[in-house]
Design a protein around this ligand. Structure first.
Ligand SMILES: Nc1nc2c(c(=O)[nH]1)N[C@H]1C(S)=C(S)[C@@H](COP(=O)(O)OP(=O)(O)OC[C@H]3O[C@@H](n4cnc5c(=O)[nH]c(N)nc54)[C@H](O)[C@@H]3O)O[C@H]1N2
Ligand SMILES: Nc1nc2c(c(=O)[nH]1)N[C@H]1C(S)=C(S)[C@@H](COP(=O)(O)OP(=O)(O)OC[C@H]3O[C@@H](n4cnc5c(=O)[nH]c(N)nc54)[C@H](O)[C@@H]3O)O[C@H]1N2
Ligand SMILES: [Mo]
Length: 755
């Protein structure tokens, strides 16, 4: 009988010899990333024993996190230290002093999801300061409920690839539908669908227009046109398309009247009746760099046949990132095809494998989190602000809140030294708390920056259930290898701490892993049954290894029903309709996010007069890994000339800067600098450079040595509404690196000493 394992990058078959991993035979476009996880799991970079920073052990309040050596200790000692410290902080400062947000991805597997385990554990102790929203969709998640529906509802309504191939004639894609990003799905990609989907579009002669700074964002699909525009100017482009539709009187007045509110205000703005500036093609040409003729022609093409407007998630990871999402929906509403098969708008085709999955869904096995007795929270990307400015006020989604005063940070899953912007600022902020505890699998920067590091197992070292409600399978993830070193499951670590703190029965409910798996599975069976899926007994599932529900149909999407009858199926917005003008948002009075979608100049962009020689830095999702996960794998490292991350740069910029392909470069701005390797390529437009995220943060003297773009990005909120991450709004300078390259230390262990 074949055995399987699930991962964010796909399902793999586990072969006993070795053991080894092979692609799932049902997956027509398997991702190579997962094939490297077994080797990477056994790497010397594993955290093998609990370790404590020397200065912390000695009770010094130093400012040297990330610089001091570690002392390896026995598990019992480490657990005593953590339990006592949690107790001390709770007794002295209360649970409001514990930050347990622990944002980030962790590993696939429903029970051992380490972030969920941490939250459950901290809740049994009286709660923790949490974080809300995500780096992925910071602006989008806050915006969407005001104007259409919650983000997840909208994403689940995306048409599938068959529907697009059958009905859509024109796809206008802002930011593309990148194949590299669609390798992934949180909780476990199954069959990879994007390549086949794009082929279907190509075979049917569907036209795809890739509007954005990078041609590689649409790799295939037959009839593809690349229309380069400056980064962060998508809103201006959309406004000009809206302008063209209005002057041609092609807006669907009936749909706008019956299904939308506030169109008139938006139209007045587009025509220039509010600020005196018509948002016409020549206006947008100056901003975007595209030609006015092409913009005007495109405004006539959209909507004349079945048109899907899509925006990738990166668009809203920018200053004023709410605007492109809102504007694409307003434009789609004007075309009147929302709710028709293959028409309207889509958010994030290509951002993950699941967009465009329209099969049956149910809530799978889920570890209950308990109740958090602490009310304080932060929007997730405001972590450095919180640590640096306790007590300061911040705006968020119509209310004012205060940053709590954090003494202890606990992280299990997620890597802040991967995901946060302006990492030099975060290093500084990271010195503020009294204690930082991390469960980690690898000695990456996140582990090196902690005080107490507890070694966690990987999915391959434990039993779990792989499931995502956005994919069509459930996987019995049976342990593939024994834990490396002294690594323990996050669940076992928390249970050992719970025992020391006297809350073990509350935390574990006296179940071991196997009892939990069975319970969570059994609880999901009635939910599956409601979606028309009969799950077999747990034992059968565990024997069978893989349940495949592909082909089960989902009920019509909420947008389809809303289109048919807005009265019978209103949207969950204040008006029940699509809000092109939002009274509620207008009432917040945010100058950076008013009541209708607008163009704002981003704080940094190449259109600004002051930018001079600077280039716009895009820091996208890496093709050869998931964020920082598996950066040490052979796949990821093979993509790095001189061991550093490649920086894509247009030939004309390379000539101007005297750069050849493979030259080492220094990329810098006022916030920081890193080393990268020039990849001279016309796949990025002039004025734009691209440095993928994921190189393990490797700070040296004055320069990051590995090519981590987050030493350059700004820790600036998208707006007061969302406080979202705005990584894609960033200018840099580039120059040739002369002389020898500093030694890479990203993949070396920290120094260990005896206490
Ligand atoms: N400049 C820039 N920055 C960005 C982005 C961008 O586009 N540009 N994108 C942002 C986005 S969308 C995201 S989602 C974030 C991603 O940021 P993260 O999700 O924080 O990044 P990961 O590298 O996936 O971090 C996962 C960490 O958890 C650890 N881990 C994995 N499994 C387990 C486990 O079972 N137990 C424990 N204890 N630990 C485990 C891994 O070793 C790793 O260190 O980055 C954001 N940052
Ligand atoms: N291989 C791989 N896949 C991943 C991930 C990963 O780490 N590795 N991470 C996953 C996660 S957590 C997330 S949230 C999704 C994110 O999914 P996305 O946000 O879609 O991914 P990105 O790679 O950040 O951005 C996609 C493209 O947008 C373009 N772009 C950037 N800024 C602009 C702009 O202002 N205008 C236009 N028009 N285009 C722009 C860039 O050229 C970039 O290649 O990806 C997921 N998929
Ligand atoms: Mo993300």
């Amino acid at each position: 009988m074949t055995r399987y394992t699930a991962s964010h990058w796909g399902i793999y078959e586990v072969h006993e010899t070795g053991p080894s991993l092979r692609p799932w035979r049902e997956d027509r476009d398997p991702s190579p990333i997962g094939l490297h996880m077994l080797d990477a799991t056994r790497s010397d970079l594993r955290v093998k024993r609990p370790a404590v920073r020397l200065g912390w052990l000695e009770g010094k309040r130093t400012r040297a996190r990330g610089k001091e050596p570690f002392v390896q200790v026995e598990w019992d000692e480490a657990l005593d230290l953590v339990a006592n410290e949690l107790q001390r902080v709770r007794d002295t400062h209360g649970n409001e002093a514990i930050f347990g947000g622990s944002y980030g991805w962790a590993s696939a597997g429903r029970f051992h999801h380490s972030v969920g385990q941490l939250h459950r554990f901290l809740n049994t102790l009286g709660g923790y300061v949490r974080s809300v929203d995500s780096y992925s969709l910071g602006a989008g998640r806050v915006l969407l409920p005001h104007i259409v529906a919650p983000m997840d509802t909208v994403l689940a309504a995306s048409d599938d690839w068959d529907t697009l191939a059958e009905h859509t004639r024109l796809v206008v894609s802002f930011g593309g539908m990148p194949h590299k990003s669609a390798q992934i799905d949180p909780g476990g990609a199954g069959r990879h669908r994007l390549r086949g989907g794009m082929e279907q579009l190509g075979n049917r002669g569907v036209r795809v227009i890739n509007i954005g700074p990078c041609s590689e964002d649409v790799e295939q699909g037959g009839n593809v046109e690349w229309l380069p525009i400056r980064p962060n100017t998508d809103t201006a482009m959309m406004l000009a398309l809206a302008h063209g539709v209005i002057v041609d009187r092609r807006q669907d007045r009936a749909f706008l009247r019956t299904h939308c509110v506030g169109y008139e205000k938006f139209e007045a703005y587009v025509l220039g009746r509010i600020d005196g500036t018509p948002k016409d093609a020549s206006w947008a040409a100056r901003i975007t760099g595209a030609s006015a003729e092409r913009i005007r022609a495109l405004s006539k093409e959209i909507g004349s046949e079945r048109t899907l407007l899509t925006a990738t998630w990166s668009l809203q990871r920018s200053h004023h990132g709410e605007q492109p999402f809102w504007c694409v929906i307003a434009l789609a509403a004007m075309l009147g095809q929302i709710g028709l098969p293959g028409g309207g708008f889509g958010l994030g085709y290509g951002a993950t494998n699941s967009i465009g999955y329209r099969g049956a869904r149910f809530e799978g096995p889920t570890l209950p989190q308990g109740r958090n007795a602490v009310g304080a929270f932060i929007p997730v990307a405001r972590i450095a602000d919180m640590l640096l400015e306790p007590g300061a006020a911040f705006d968020y989604n119509g209310a004012r809140h205060q940053y709590p005063s954090i003494k202890l940070v606990y992280w299990a899953g997620g890597n802040p030294f991967h995901h946060h912007q302006d990492l030099n600022r975060l290093v500084h902020a990271w010195q503020r708390p009294e204690t930082i505890i991390a469960h980690e699998q690898f000695w990456n920067a996140h582990a090196k920056m902690a005080d107490i590091v507890l070694p966690a197992t990987t999915t391959l070292e434990r039993d779990d259930i792989g499931f995502s409600s956005r994919e069509a399978h459930m996987v019995a993830m049976r342990r593939v290898i024994e834990p490396v070193g002294e690594a323990r499951d996050d669940f076992d670590i928390f249970n050992a701490l719970a025992q020391r703190l006297g809350v073990s029965s509350v935390f574990s409910e006296d179940r071991d892993t196997n009892a939990w798996l069975k319970k969570l599975y059994d609880e999901a069976r009635p939910r599956a049954a409601k979606a028309g899926i009969a799950l077999p007994s747990f034992d059968t599932f565990w024997q069978q290894g893989l349940l495949d529900f592909a082909g089960r149909e989902a009920p019509p999407s909420f947008l389809r029903r809303f289109r048919e009858s807005p009265e019978a199926h209103p949207l969950p917005t204040p008006s029940g309709k699509i809000e092109i003008f939002s009274e509620r948002m207008a009432s917040f009075g945010y100058e950076d996010c008013p009541g209708y979608p607008c163009w704002f100049e981003p704080a940094e962009w190449t259109g600004s007069k002051s930018s001079g020689e600077e280039l716009h830095l895009l820091s996208d999702q890496p093709a050869t890994k998931l964020h920082s996960q598996l950066d040490h794998s052979t796949l990821s490292r093979a993509a790095r000339p001189h061991g550093r991350e490649p920086l894509s740069i247009h030939p004309s910029d390379a000539v101007r800067l005297g750069l050849n392909d493979h030259d080492p470069v220094r990329v810098f701005n006022a916030r920081g600098a890193c080393i990268a390797i020039a990849r001279v390529t016309a796949t990025v437009m002039p004025g734009v450079v691209k440095l993928s995220t994921g190189a393990w943060f490797d700070p040296g003297d004055d320069i990051e040595k590995h090519g981590n773009p987050n030493v350059l990005t700004a820790d600036r909120p998208a707006s007061k509404l969302s406080q979202g991450c705005s990584a894609q709004t960033c200018l840099v300078s580039v120059e040739r690196w002369h002389g020898p390259l500093p030694d890479l230390t990203a993949f070396t262990l920290p120094e260990f000493v005896q206490a």
